[in-house]
Design a protein around this ligand. Structure first.
Ligand code: A2P
Length: 271
């Protein structure tokens, strides 16, 4: 079997000038763990050009979904944003990533901290029944600059609670907390500040973060990842990794590949 499958684009959704999502067909033999990423790409001059992208679809869904920034430079990235229904796309069968609940010890509440497209891996995590069997509450924090950047809000609040597979879990156990820093909105401020000030816990009516009970996963803006890690370590949280479950995990790979300021980095070349 080839390391890549060829899929067709089923739909494309442009959220803003800089954010878009698309869905593709899914080879029935393609497997991944919720929270992982893979490489996707296009054939350019008969050569596959690839980039890492988190899987935003649930592992039981029959289509794949990706949520990405539009970057004007980069041979592949500039083409991906012009995808349309029916286009062919290459998807690597090799999936990886640290944002999987197996990297965490059991606990009371699971906090998923994502900014921008750092939300993507957590979309697959909140669509997985296993997540709700492991934790009492799942708190999904999505931090963005603008209200318009809060992609998937309606899917999370309107659609997912009625989902056949996870709807019951979502209604009782999922707490969605979107927050913005540069617009007026019901929740305002950086996620780290909301944790430090305690406002988050007052709003969601849960106890403050404690390493004995709570587990955290972080993905998104590199400065946020750095500051959130520091904050957790200062509270006594221990970092987890492959084969060594602990109290929090973050996606280093994501922080590097989605740093807008470093978006000039080259697209990855396929085999
Ligand atoms: P801010 O608007 O105050 O910079 P970006 O689009 O730059 O990746 O940012 C996404 C969100 O992450 C924004 O709300 C941004 O807030 C926030 N953010 C950026 N840096 C940090 C940080 N060091 N700690 C917490 N949040 C951050």
């Amino acid at each position: 079997m080839s390391n890549f499958s060829q899929e067709s684009v089923l739909s494309v959704h442009h959220w803003t000038d800089s954010l878009f999502s698309f869905t593709t067909t899914r080879d029935p033999s393609f497997r991944f763990r919720s929270g992982e990423f893979t490489k996707i790409g296009l054939k350019v001059d008969e050569k596959p050009l690839l980039r890492a992208c988190s899987l935003a679809s649930g592992r039981y869904e029959d289509r794949l979904e990706f949520f990405s920034i539009k970057v004007p430079d980069g041979l592949l990235a500039s083409r991906l944003q012009h995808l349309k229904e029916g286009d062919e796309i290459i998807v690597s069968r090799k999936t990886t990533g640290t944002l999987v609940i197996d990297n965490l010890e059991g606990g009371r509440n699971l906090y998923l901290i994502g900014t921008g497209t750092g939300l993507a891996p957590f979309l697959s995590v909140i669509k997985d029944p296993e997540t709700y069997l492991r934790f009492e509450h799942v708190v999904l924090l999505h931090g963005c600059r603008r209200v318009a950047d809060l992609a998937y809000g309606e899917m999370i609040t309107e659609k997912l609670p009625h989902d056949e597979l996870v709807g019951d879990f979502v209604r009782y156990q999922l707490i969605y907390y979107p927050t913005v820093t540069r617009d007026r909105f019901c929740n305002r401020g950086r996620i780290t500040d909301l944790i430090t000030s305690g406002k988050l816990f007052t709003d969601i009516e849960l106890p403050e973060l404690e390493p004995q009970h709570d587990r955290v996963m972080i993905c998104g803006n590199p400065a946020l990842v750095r500051d959130a890690r520091e904050l957790l370590v200062a509270k006594g949280f221990v970092e987890g990794d492959h084969g060594q479950p602990a109290q929090f995990a973050f996606e280093k790979e994501f922080a590097e590949r989605n740093n807008l300021s470093s978006s000039r980095k080259k697209d990855l070349h396929g085999p």
